[in-house]
Every structure is written in C-alpha cells, then in structure tokens.
Design a protein around this ligand. Structure first.
Ligand code: SF4
Length: 325
C-alpha cells in the first residue's frame, strides 16, 4: 500500500455561470519518503489537488473520488479528524509566507502552538523545540529570534519559519505549493535545498508544485504534468524530461528552451488554456495540440503505462497518439 493513494479525484465549483470542473478523474500514488513534482500552466488543477489532499478546499467545493493516506479515506472525513491529521501527518508550505503566518504572534509561539496542539508538549518543551526547529532551518540566534514577529524577518527567513512549522510534528507527507515564487533566485535555491535535505533526513514524502520544470526535476524523483484539471503524463522525472511522450509536456519543454536555454519558468504555449466552465470535448489539449488526430476532440484518452520500469515506477501518459503507435 502506498502512503498516498488518490483515485478518480474530482473537484468542482457550482457557480451562477455554470459548474467549473477544476480537477477531473485524477489518480496517482506516492510512496513513503518518495517525491512527486506537479507542473502545468495556471488553472491546470495543481493547487486544487493539493488543497483537496489537505482538506482545505473552500466550503463551496464539491469533491468526488478518493484520497487515502495510509489507507485512511480523507474525503468526507470530519473537520475534527482532518485537523488532527494536518500538522501531525500532513503539512503544507504555502506560496506566500506572510499571509500564512500570524503577524501578531511571535514566530516561536506560532511553532510552539503546533507542538502543544499536536504533540501534547508543555509550553516550555514547545519553546525549546521551536528554537531547535528554527536552528535546523537555518535561522541564526534562534533563542532571540523566536521572540520576533514575522515582519521582522526577510521573505526567505519567513519561508524557513513556515518549513520549520510544517515539519514540527514530523508529518508523513509535506506539500509545498510554489514555495519560492516570491523569493529571489539565490534565496530560492537555498530554500529548495533546505526542503529537500530536511525531507530526506526525516523520511517525509514530498509533493512539490511549481511552474519550473527544471526545479522539479532536480528536487523530485517523479513528475506529473497536469492540464485542464487532468493528468497528461507522469513518470520518473528524468525520463519525462528527456523522453517526453505527451505533446503538452513536449510543448512545455520547448517553451523552456525558447526562453532560458533549458532552465527557467514557463513561457506561453500558443493558444488559450481551456475554459473550465465549458471545456473542449475529448482531450482537453486538442485545440492547442500540433499533433491532433481526428478523434482527439471526441474521445478522452485514458491514462495508460507507456514504459514499465520495475514494479511501480511506470511512465504514464494520456494521449491517443501514444495509443496509436
Ligand atoms: Fe494531442 Fe490528441 Fe494526444 Fe490530445 S490526445 S495530446 S490532442 S494527440
């Protein structure tokens, strides 16, 4: 059994203008201490998938399918149980550390609260452990700095504090959603390196969401490419990047090469991302696909393994083109 099993996940938002299906029929697994990078353009469903796993979708979201953590079904679970799991088994690092931290509470107290709530520590024990966690994430003089407020830290330091908070209770799975987007390139590298080494050290499984395929391939053993709320391709990172099978993955890689000679943020693929209220029939990428086949607009391609490597580490793709060969 994998640590995380997502099966036929569907997330929709009913609105006055119609129903937005933001995640559709998404299935994947993640093993203990493993890592998965999720990439795709804005609106591809990456963050909605992360929020669904965390049980943090807005109240008006409709969720279907199954999300199992260590065999325990999370969809439909009570808020009380999810609260207990968040922090203890599941943790998340958000894009904007300032909005994720309480500006009126010292950072030591914020980390301490998590430890008292989920680990049952006394205030003194939690204060001591908070300093250790700050030190572990590279904050100098942790005793003094733990008494400071979020605005007294730089953006990079605030992200380190969020990582300390997320790892405070030794979660089994950490989800980081664009954790370095707001930071400059040098700080980005240091934060990502910290994230990777701490997850490795603690045996925490990692889901990293980013627009940056180069970053994901360096950080994660596996990569999943999403488009229009669906999975397009998934497999070992190096294989997906070096031998992309799906035309959308290939298009993403071409935009990277065009912009940065092979490394950097996503540029634009010609055409518009799908209107989620009224998505195109068949393959969601067909209006932009340079290799479109006559039936691509009618039939949704099923996800199937294209290369099997060992038992589990398969390479999956959802494309009629692959099925024709
Ligand atoms: Fe292109 Fe058809 Fe494959 Fe979709 S299914 S990516 S439209 S070839």
């Amino acid at each position: 059994m994998s640590l995380l099993e997502v099966s036929q996940l569907k997330v929709s938002y009913p609105t006055r203008d119609g129903v937005f299906d933001v995640v559709r029929d998404l299935s994947f697994e993640l093993d203990e201490a493993d890592s998965l990078g999720i990439a795709g353009e804005s609106g591809s469903g990456k963050s909605q998938t992360a929020l669904a796993i965390m049980g943090l979708l807005p109240a008006n979201a409709q969720v279907g399918g199954s999300i199992r953590l260590d065999g325990q079904e999370l969809i439909g679970e009570s808020e009380r149980v999810l609260d207990r799991l968040r922090g203890k088994s599941l943790a998340m690092v958000f894009q904007d550390p300032m909005s994720a931290l309480n500006p009126y509470m010292t950072v030591g107290r914020q980390i301490g609260e998590v430890l008292e709530l989920h680990q049952g520590m006394s205030a003194n024990e939690a204060a001591k452990r908070s300093c250790e966690l700050l030190q572990m994430t590279g904050i100098d003089e942790p005793g003094r700095r733990s008494k400071a407020y979020p605005h007294q830290f730089s953006g990079g330091q605030r992200q380190r504090i969020l990582i300390a908070m997320a790892l405070a209770c030794g979660p089994r799975l950490l989800i980081a959603d664009e954790p370095t987007t707001a930071l400059d390139v040098t700080v980005q590298k240091k934060i990502l390196e910290l994230l990777r080494s701490l997850c490795k050290e603690t045996g925490t499984a990692l889901i990293l969401i980013s627009h940056d395929l180069a970053v994901l391939s360096g950080m994660c053993r596996n990569l999943m490419i999403m488009y229009g709320g669906r999975e397009m391709e998934r497999g070992p990172s190096q294989r997906v990047l070096l031998q992309p099978t799906h035309p959308y993955t290939a298009a993403l890689l071409r935009t990277l090469e065009d912009l940065h000679g092979g490394a950097g943020a996503l540029a634009v693929i010609p055409g518009e991302p799908p209107d989620l209220r009224n998505p195109p029939g068949g393959c969601p990428f067909h209006p932009r696909c340079s290799e479109v086949l006559p039936h691509c607009s009618k039939e949704i391609p099923r996800t199937r393994p294209v290369r099997r490597i060992g038992d589990k580490q398969s390479h999956w793709v959802a494309c009629h083109l692959e099925q024709e060969q």
